[in-house]
Design a binder for this molecule. Structure first.
Ligand SMILES: Nc1ncnc2c1ncn2[C@@H]1O[C@H](COP(=O)(O)OP(=O)(O)OP(=O)(O)O)[C@@H](O)[C@H]1O
Length: 327
């Protein structure tokens, strides 16, 4: 191939976005120049090709694939449970303001290098507050799923020690992991840290654990997301709220959200006979989790009666069952 032909082939592979072909033609060009006795030029081309290959691999690692999941080892294995999540934000039925806040966290995380380059910090320490079953855990999983990051759930049984100072030492281990292994770290029932219900009944020790947590949280400047969730914000020290980049409040579902959850769980079933006014009245006071469960139960009834149609009476009874179960 002549050099002009090489240039045509290079441009064509560039236009087609065919990087492999682009690098292969560039390698042929380097060999061609070497044969012509242009050793220095050939060497320069080879170095550029090697650099381009390395860059391509880094981009592929960062952009496309999920961040590799290193299972916690040694003492960490009793402190963190690791998994991948395939939940996406779109799997959640959310009020638009809540959706926007979570989407903003995702965007800021994806663009964190751009933000950091201008001295700006992405939102990465979140406190989720709301009643049981309102979607806090699902949110942590959706953030991990969207960002292709492993989800690490902090295991309190392992974390909370009986001996003085033990909990703070283990917390340090968790924060060391947060700094080195990129992921979404989820502290569910966050009030367990520093509340009377958990550690030894020594108020001084409880205070120390909370202070350690706040100190570690403040010092952390790594690439991981830290998500804490609580059903009991009233148990949290006021100082805690300030240390998070965002405090996001969850509530019970509005009738519109409840309908969205029912419809999404009953995709593929015929809902034309459903009396939504009655159904939505019956969802009042139930959590997102209970509404989801009721939808799944109604789906099972339909499948087992070999029908695609969901009846109002079935949904009313599965919703009533969930209400009875929560009371
Ligand atoms: N916004 C939502 N959209 C769709 N389904 C939801 C939503 N929120 C919750 N769910 C359903 O409810 C289930 C339980 O929710 P989740 O575990 O996230 O609640 P939680 O707030 O973490 O509860 P807890 O405080 O008891 O841990 C989810 O697995 C999902 O099926």
């Amino acid at each position: 191939m002549t050099t002009a032909r090489h240039i045509v082939a290079l441009l064509r592979s560039h236009v087609d976005g065919d990087e492999e072909r682009f690098l292969s033609v560039a390698t042929q060009l380097a060999a061609h120049e070497a044969r012509q006795g242009h050793g220095k030029l050939a060497q320069e081309l080879r170095e550029l090709i090697d650099a381009a290959k390395g860059k391509g691999a880094t981009v592929a690692r960062r952009g496309a694939g999920p961040v590799p999941l290193a299972q916690p080892k040694g003492e960490l294995s009793s402190l963190l449970a690791a998994r991948y999540s395939d939940i996406r934000l779109i799997s959640m039925v959310l009020a638009s303001d809540l959706h926007e806040r979570l989407a903003r966290v995702i965007t800021e995380h994806r663009q964190q290098e751009r933000l950091r380059a201008r001295g700006l910090a992405p939102r990465r320490k979140l406190l989720l507050v709301g009643p049981p079953g309102s979607g806090k855990t699902m949110t942590a999983a959706a953030l991990a799923g969207e960002l292709k990051l492993p989800l690490f759930t902090v295991l309190y049984d392992g974390l909370i020690g009986k001996l003085m100072g033990e909990t703070a030492t283990r917390l340090r281990l968790v924060f060391e992991a947060i700094a080195v292994q990129r992921g979404v770290y989820f502290f569910d029932e966050f009030d367990a840290i520093g509340s009377q219900r958990s550690g030894p009944n020594d108020v001084g020790e409880i205070r120390r654990v909370l202070n350690s947590f706040l100190q570690f949280l403040e010092n952390d400047d790594g690439p991981s997301l830290i998500v804490a969730a609580t059903n009991h914000p009233e148990l949290l020290d006021r100082a805690v709220f300030r240390r998070f980049d965002d405090v996001i409040t969850y509530g019970l579902p509005s009738p519109q959200i409840a309908r969205g959850i029912l419809e999404s769980h009953l995709t593929g079933f015929d809902l034309k006979d459903v009396d939504w006014r009655q159904i939505l009245e019956a969802t009042s006071g139930l959590s997102q989790a209970e509404v989801s469960r009721a939808a799944d139960e109604a789906a099972k009834v339909a499948v087992l009666s070999e029908t695609d149609g969901i009846r109002t009476s079935t949904l009313l009874s599965t919703l009533a069952e969930r209400r009875a179960a929560t009371n």
